[in-house]
Design a protein around this ligand. Sequence first.
Ligand SMILES: Cc1cc2nc3c(=O)[nH]c(=O)nc-3n(C[C@H](O)[C@H](O)[C@H](O)COP(=O)(O)OP(=O)(O)OC[C@H]3O[C@@H](n4cnc5c(N)ncnc54)[C@H](O)[C@@H]3O)c2cc1C
Length: 347
Amino acid sequence: MIDYIIVGFGLAGLSFVEQLEDNNKSYLVFENNSQRSSRVAGGLYNPVILKRFTPAWSANEQLQKALPFYRRIETRLQESFVKDLSIVRRFNSIEEQNTWFEACDKPILDQFLLPELIENTNKALDVPYQFGRVKHTGKVDLKKMLSLYLNYIDQKKRLANESFNHDQLLVKPDFVEYKNVKAKHIIFAEGFGVKNNPFFNYLPLVGNKGEYIIIKSEALKLEEAVKSSVFIIPLGNDTYKVGATYNNQDKSPGTTEQAKKEIENKLDSFLKAKYEVIDQVAGIRPTVRDRRPLVGTHPEFINIHILNGLGSRGILIGPTVAQHLYNLIENKKPLNKEYNIKRFEKL
Ligand SMILES: Cc1cc2nc3c(=O)[nH]c(=O)nc-3n(C[C@H](O)[C@H](O)[C@H](O)COP(=O)(O)OP(=O)(O)OC[C@H]3O[C@@H](n4cnc5c(N)ncnc54)[C@H](O)[C@@H]3O)c2cc1C
């Protein structure tokens, strides 16, 4: 009998496994490469919503947990994948500058927004109304972290590189059993893949497809992330991730010409340098109708749990909610009602 089966190893699965590692619990992870959200994400952590200049939900608490959490993983895996990366917001008008100044005086935001305008010195960018800078931001190389962590658990013989088939799960009063593996608990962390999960597909996970183009531009020479109508995120070697799109309708996994055009049109409105599109990626964000995560225990089966709904900010939210789910299961600490799946029980 092991302690946990984990289905899915994106940011949610990784965040829960990290709790298990910290607490010396045994586990087996199933991962089938069907969802790409965590692997294609921009990797930015940023406590502010830059469209409206408002604080992201619980950003302060999450930021304080997330950074030490990723640093611990760096130590565990003896590799580095977290770095400080400044984010600047390009203003479109004097009105936007004024809204920024008002936001700088508000509680919570005053810690994150620099109350000075930043002059643009990059000739490749058209910036008529200057920038505002967000503090305490950075970037996690998620692809690298997830791939190294998967190797780590594979070496410990804790990885099953295969699809989990829900029909074969046997649920007993004190444990679950799947293909001869008995576990005290099972955690579903399948991202948008939860749509195929008969235990939790009643939950209102909507899904929002996001695409990036990857460009190469020798003239751009950008060392910070720029947020305008799209983000430009430096990747090194003159390459940049640009996007992302937000599409509620299309739930297909692949990249689209329409998203490429949309991103290029937006980019062309403020990038004056030449660039070449060298790649494009797509993934479906696990977004929820009420914009809060989906965390908790199945209404009928006490050994079946979910960690999902990390939306568009999984890097900050993941470590906090994973810890809360662990504390619910192991220490009977109640979950915050805001993201407990009990809020949808009547469905
Ligand atoms: C374009 C884009 C940009 C983004 N940018 C950012 C950003 O800059 N910062 C940020 O914080 N967040 C960002 N996000 C959001 C972030 O990526 C998500 O919040 C996060 O990835 C969700 O993680 P997850 O583990 O819940 O889902 P996923 O990453 O989708 O992981 C689910 C995993 O479960 C596996 N799986 C599913 N079903 C099964 C099954 N039956 N058997 C076995 N395995 C299964 C899948 O293969 C997958 O690996 C972005 C998302 C997108 C799409």
